[in-house]
Design a protein around this ligand. Structure first.
Ligand SMILES: Cc1cc2nc3c(=O)[nH]c(=O)nc-3n(C[C@@H](O)[C@H](O)[C@H](O)COP(=O)(O)OP(=O)(O)OC[C@H]3O[C@@H](n4cnc5c(N)ncnc54)[C@H](O)[C@@H]3O)c2cc1C
Length: 295
């Protein structure tokens, strides 16, 4: 199909972007990797596409203190290849799973957050890390925690008159370990089920905090504090044993949070099993990477 007619503008300043969006009938165009198919299928019929790629202010990509700041026009592929991104190891772990290389050459990190596909990798990473999303609108600017930003399937709290300006991701600290895994039918497909984990340990190697995010399993990424779950499975005799001891807990978690209905690719029960196995494995992996080696 062909898209319904629309106007196209490419402002060079943020104020002009907001002026174009003011009527509420505009749609931000970032990488176009999700929006253009939506238009082509006539699932959306915006009056104007507001291309944000000429706005210098949205092209920033830098470390500021303990935060990696990624502007709204920054491509996924740029982030994937930048040395800077090593400060946020989950970006390197997740990025190869975001569609294919060609899509990442155009797609933006913030576009993925704004699109809010429940099975997308980057919203899950943002949620697990406790990232902050910058939003600008007619009444000014605000910074929103990723969990509040992601409201539901393809839904964020950004109003039609607003634009995402960037995302701030915390850089890794010593004593942190990370895990990422997903199962998809083919590489580059959206996940049937996926898991992101972060484990924090103290100077003495003791567990301080553990977080786990499931994606592809509900209408948005679901983040849980799993410190007690991990603590109850320690001390471990090694990663494999720890993973096995975590399974009853992750099975219980799966029954509670995996609520995506069955489809042609997998039933709810199948997704629960996938999630449970991945969650135990990636929680154990994050604990190991945080500094604990199998004995
Ligand atoms: C075949 C195929 C496979 C894919 N597989 C995956 C996958 O496995 N995992 C995955 O995560 N993604 C996947 N994607 C989508 C991914 O490629 C896109 O990069 C991403 O979802 C959107 O990023 P974008 O910059 O292209 O956004 P766009 O397509 O430009 O925009 C997407 C939506 O977000 C809004 N938007 C974008 N930027 C802003 C902003 N700054 N402020 C406000 N609203 C904004 C747009 O208005 C639009 O509604 C796939 C896409 C295709 C076509």
């Amino acid at each position: 199909m062909k898209a319904a007619p629309f106007a196209y503008v490419r402002p060079s300043g943020l104020d002009d972007v907001l002026a174009e969006l003011a009527g509420g009938d505009g749609k931000v165009l970032a990488g176009g990797q999700s929006l253009v198919p939506v238009l082509a299928m006539r699932l959306g019929r915006p009056g104007t596409l507001v291309d944000i790629n000429a706005v210098d202010e949205l092209g920033g990509f830098a470390r500021s203190g303990d935060t990696l700041e990624i502007g709204a026009a920054v491509r996924q592929r740029t982030v994937e290849h930048a040395r800077l991104s090593r400060d946020v190891p989950l970006l390197g772990m997740a990025m190869p799973f975001v569609g294919h290389r060609e899509l990442r050459s155009r797609g933006t990190v913030c576009g993925s957050l704004a699109h809010a596909d429940p099975a997308a990798e980057l919203p899950a990473v943002a949620s697990c890390l406790g990232a902050t999303v910058g939003v600008a609108g007619p009444s000014g600017r605000r910074r929103v925690p990723a969990d509040e930003f992601l409201v539901g399937a393809m839904t964020t709290l950004v109003a039609p008159e607003e634009v995402v300006t960037g995302v701030e991701l915390p850089v890794a600290r010593p004593g942190q370990g990370f895990g990422f895994a997903e199962i998809a039918r083919r590489h580059g497909d959206f996940a049937l089920a996926g898991v992101v984990t972060v484990v924090d340990t103290g100077d003495d190697g003791s567990l301080r905090h553990a977080r786990l995010t499931g994606f592809g399993i509900s209408d948005r990424p679901v983040t849980e504090d799993v410190t007690d779950l991990l603590r109850s499975a320690l001390p471990g005799d090694g990663r494999d044993d720890l993973g096995r001891r975590l399974r009853p807990g992750t099975t219980e978690l799966a029954a509670r949070i995996v609520d995506t209905g069955g489809d042609a690719h997998g039933s709810t029960g199948y997704r629960r099993r996938l999630f449970s196995v991945l969650a135990a494995r990636e929680l154990a992996a994050a604990w190991t990477k945080a500094g604990h080696r199998p004995s």
